[in-house]
Write a protein that binds this ligand. Structure first.
Ligand code: EPZ
Length: 438
């Protein structure tokens, strides 16, 4: 909901007339979860960086707004290429109301600590998919010699000098691995992170930092070594394709019994998703930088457990959950990362899904058709799942709260329309309007 000016509240919705098979080619954009740490880590580079293949999503816009408010000079060279000049940036001034809108803003702590030896950043926000503490981030920063406190909604950190250390994460954490890697880039001496997360976006960030003169090895394994350097230099770097966006369109093709070529992917990153779709009876053809998905067969039930990379991604839980509703038989979907990732189930039940959530496992009785209904996007990936459900269901599905979806999907409506989906975004003035106070 937003104020459309002149006192009228407007609401944006996505409207889908479903049960049409998707056919054609979709281009995948740059990875959201690589773009956010790379853009914010550019704050640490006392120079100009040019970042290419940046997705047009609201979390990126928000990140650039935060950097600009800190004195970075931001220039959009193309729709997907941004120049970030951090030479005149100031630490400790990121706007609380912007920072608290997304999870990734906590990378500012590592960047400010790395560059200035102190950080003052509002606690992060992000999708409500469970408790999302930052205790491992704090453990890592303390190991590097920083004093950390959380007060008044802010994380306050300072270190006379960051010194390399050995850090063992109690649980695999993408954000913790990224944040400590960023700060350790400028620490004196060598840092070793053990039990590190192995996601492709961690490798992408390490490659970006190394292109700026950092000395990081082992990214993508569970042991990452960072030799601190005194200075980082500007570079030009292109972000990897978004594996979760790719997986989302692969599920949409299977759900509509369509045939899609998903371009600009790294098939290796999609292995766990492709493997599960093939187990369900979906035909997948892998090419160098694309996958072809043919969903014209009957979908079979499977059991899935989400795991850290290279396991089946938690960020694909809602999307595959829709597919399991369409598969013949009873499937079990177990969520091992978050404790509140099944919120989308209640929305799917409005469309006729038969799902029982028992602790961290959803028991999904598939085989029925989903029926169109008015539903809500409850978080980023749950919203994407509602789109897949609407594409599969006969009739008109309306999706509210689509701002969640726009946080992480670049032009999802346009891309789906280009492959035959009857989908549109509409702006609806609410019935209520009011005189704006002078
Ligand atoms: C990143 O979140 C992604 N977000 C998430 O994607 C993704 O689901 C997640 O990694 C796992 O892959 C961004 O990259 C911006 P974690 P993050 O730290 O870093 C617990 C999406 O849809 N934990 O790996 O917050 C935590 O509570 C979003 O794009 C601690 O206990 O994930 C969770 O249960 C959703 N202490 C688990 O670890 C900590 O200090 C994994 O969290 C940190 C995390």
């Amino acid at each position: 909901m937003s104020d459309g000016g002149y006192g009228t509240i407007v609401m944006e919705k996505i409207i889908i007339n479903g049960a049409k098979p998707l056919r054609g080619t979709i281009e995948v954009s740059g990875a959201k979860n690589a773009a956010l740490p790379i853009l914010l880590a550019a704050l640490m580079v006392d120079d100009k960086c040019v970042i290419e293949n940046v997705p047009c999503i609201s979390d990126v816009t928000l990140s650039l707004e935060i950097l600009s408010s800190m004195g970075c000079r931001i220039r959009m060279l193309t729709k997907n290429t941004v120049e970030i000049d951090s030479r005149f940036a100031t630490g400790g001034v990121s706007p609380y109301d912007l920072v608290r809108r997304m999870r990734g803003s906590y990378y500012l702590i590592g960047a400010e600590l790395g560059r200035w030896g102190r950080a003052y950043v509002g606690l992060p926000g992000g999708c409500d998919i469970g408790i999302r503490p930052i205790d491992q981030h704090i453990k890592g920063f303390r190991a590097l010699g920083a004093e950390i406190s959380v007060e008044g909604g802010y994380v306050k950190a300072s270190a006379d000098e960051l010194s390399g250390a050995s850090i063992y994460f109690d649980n695999v954490t993408v954000g913790g691995t990224i944040n400590v890697m960023i700060a350790a880039t400028r620490a004196k001496g060598t840092t070793v992170i053990e039990n590190a997360a192995r996601e492709p976006h961690i490798v992408d960030l390490a490659n970006f930092l190394n292109s700026c003169g950092a000395k990081i090895t082992g990214a993508g394994t569970d042991v990452i070594k960072i030799k601190g350097v005194d200075k980082l230099y500007g570079s030009t770097y292109a972000i990897i394709p978004d594996m979760i966006e790719a997986g989302t369109y692969m599920c949409a093709a299977a759900a509509t019994r369509g045939r899609l070529r998903v371009n600009n992917v790294i098939p290796k990153h999609l292995e766990s998703i492709s493997a599960k779709l093939e187990e369900m009876g979906v035909e997948i053809i892998e090419n160098d930088d694309s996958v072809e998905v043919c969903g014209n067969g009957e979908l079979r039930r499977v059991n899935i457990k989400t795991l850290p990379y290279p396991g089946f991604p938690t960020d694909m839980n809602p999307q595959i959950g829709v597919l399991l509703c369409l598969a013949k038989g009873v499937s079990c979907l177990t969520e091992s990362i978050y404790d509140n990732r099944f919120k989308y189930v209640e929305e799917l039940k409005r469309m006729g899904a038969s799902i029982t959530v028992d602790g961290s496992t959803a028991i999904i009785e598939g085989g029925g058709m989903l029926s169109a209904a008015p539903v809500k996007a409850l978080d980023l990936r749950a919203g994407a799942a509602m789109i897949i459900a609407g594409l599969a269901a006969k009739g008109r599905t309306e999706i509210e709260d689509i701002h969640f979806i726009e946080r992480g999907y670049d032009d999802i409506v346009g891309k789906l329309r280009s492959v035959g989906a009857d989908i549109k975004k509409v702006i609806i003035p609410s019935a209520v309007s009011f005189e704006k106070a002078n």
